[in-house]
Design a protein around this ligand. Sequence first.
Ligand code: TXD
Length: 310
Amino acid sequence: MSKKISLIGAGQIGGTLAHLIGLKELVDEVVLFDVASGVTKGKALDIAQSSSVDGFNVKLSGTDNYEDIKDSDVIIITAGVPRKPGMSRDDLLGINLKIIKQVAEGVKKNSPNAFVICITNPLDVMVMAFQKYSGLPTNKVVGMAGILDSSRFKYFISQELNVPVKNIETLVLGGHGDTMVPLPRYTTVNGIPVTQLLSEAEVAAICERTASGGGEIVKLLEKGSAFYAPGSAAAIMAEAILGDRKRVLPCSTYLNGEYGMEDIYIGVPVVLGKDGVERIIELELESHELESLRESGSFYKEQLGSILGY
Ligand code: TXD
């Protein structure tokens, strides 16, 4: 049966994702949805033309009509506005929540059986808001951040040790932002604990650079934020679900008792397969790690609670 991914938001990450999904031939059809209708059609046409060069066979189209996302297998949300000068984080939160509400209504009405991957910032708040507004099952609604944050951690370690990224396994949990929780204890280089290869100070510096990894790119770009690595990370999640890969990946996931947290979205390792979040892996964390994770979770829950009033 033919498979379809709809991308809600056709900005930097949406466009990158459409191209990646095409190159990987993850599905048969990609729909780019955005309020900027010309952009969706322009990007769809451009990428479709690249398929003649690269030889992939994926149907691409652009739209500003929610009916066109119907029967999507996976929906990836990047819709939102970035912070403008003079705008506080709270202002941004309010605006993006309104956008997520619209998106949730569009998805619920037109493609309620889809798996949804949310990327819009502030990530852990937006994914939870999407789930609450749409009422879609929690195992089918996840947020992308942990794979990106882990990939940054991995890359910095590979640079420090001058070894290939492929040799490194690592985990970054918690919220996407200042409250993320890199776990050096779960970081190995071909099985060797990273703590045996780098000093405590070096590891701490890498953790810090990882936590501000997005900001480093924002500063360099001067306009917009990272989009290549975020696109790659979301594509891996879609691939795991569509291909029933059962991959263990850190994702912002709904917790209902796990890690001692309830009714909350936060980044933890999960098994992603054909049923979406098939299992939540509860790591044995040390008390300071667990505390960081819980602090991270309650920070976002309070933010959302104060707005949605619960
Ligand atoms: O790890 C992570 N989760 C992230 C999150 C990593 C990097 C960036 N992250 C966030 O993703 C970022 O802070 C943004 O909130 C989103 C999307 O980033 P992108 O770089 O793609 O932003 P753009 O280029 O501004 O694209 C957003 C698009 C733009 O084309 C708008 O026209 C569109 O969203 N938009 C809408 N689409 C549909 N419906 C509505 N209402 C709407 N409003 C704006």
